[in-house]
Design a binder for this molecule. Structure first.
Ligand code: BG6
Ligand code: MG
Length: 212
């Protein structure tokens, strides 16, 4: 087999939380009088909560203290968590579920490598809390993507070297992180055309051909 393990980004790969991130950041931006739209929301893909706020504040005429910024990210996250409560096992597509099960059936180790500190909550909502062999997320890293830390941590947790793992990503920052860590990357969604990725997925189930 080409790979022994696969490390999946969560948001935008295993499930879609885009709309909830957008709504929560939009509510905060509106309150602060800062322009924010779906195009700018795309820039936040894969980057940490605080770095996302920094990108949003680039359009602000005011400057804010570190305390104010911490309060803003808390405010956004509180709303985001409320929105996430709408998620259920129905938010895990039949295609993703069947593909994950088939990959597991081939003996591949499967892990999560996500910048999100809400990873455990989201996995629980979609019914995958106990599915993965390892979960590396925003709670256990000091450097967010495009730094490779979260993928290196995930590979370490499943006792595989980067050269034996494939990373699946939908964010340019994530593709960059995978390459920086020495991983092959399969890009999908927003980052599908990213030239740094070895594979370009039309659909999640394409992984079944790549990981043969
Ligand atoms: C990534 C998302 O998975 O997690 C980003 O693509 C998000 O948009 C980041 O900012 C951090 O998420 P959270 O849930 O910790 O605020
Ligand atoms: Mg993502």
């Amino acid at each position: 087999m080409r790979y022994q393990g696969i490390i999946f980004d969560l948001d935008g790969v295993i499930c879609s939380t885009d709309e909830y991130h957008y709504q929560a950041w939009k509510a905060l931006s509106d309150r602060l009088g800062i322009p924010f739209d779906r195009e700018r929301n795309n820039l936040l893909r894969g980057v940490s909560r605080m770095e996302s706020l920094s990108i949003i504040l680039e359009k602000s005429e005011k400057t804010y203290t570190a305390e104010e910024k911490a309060a803003f990210t808390d405010e956004k996250n509180e709303l985001y968590r409320k929105l996430l409560c709408q998620m259920s096992t129905a938010d895990l597509s039949a295609e993703v579920r069947a593909t994950l099960e088939a990959l597991r059936g081939r003996g591949l180790k499967l892990a999560i490598g996500s910048s999100s500190r809400n990873t455990p909550f989201i996995l629980e909502r979609i019914g995958l809390a106990d599915f993965f062999d390892a979960v590396a997320d925003g709670n256990c890293i000091t450097h967010s993507k495009p730094h490779p830390e979260v993928f290196l941590k995930a590979a370490d947790m499943i006792s595989l070297s980067p050269s034996h793992c494939l990373v699946v990503e939908d964010a340019h920052a994530g593709v960059e992180a995978a390459c920086a860590g020495g991983f092959d990357c399969a890009a999908m969604g927003d980052a599908r055309e990213d030239a740094r990725a070895r594979w370009h997925l039309n659909t999640f189930a394409d992984l079944l051909t790549i990981a043969e």
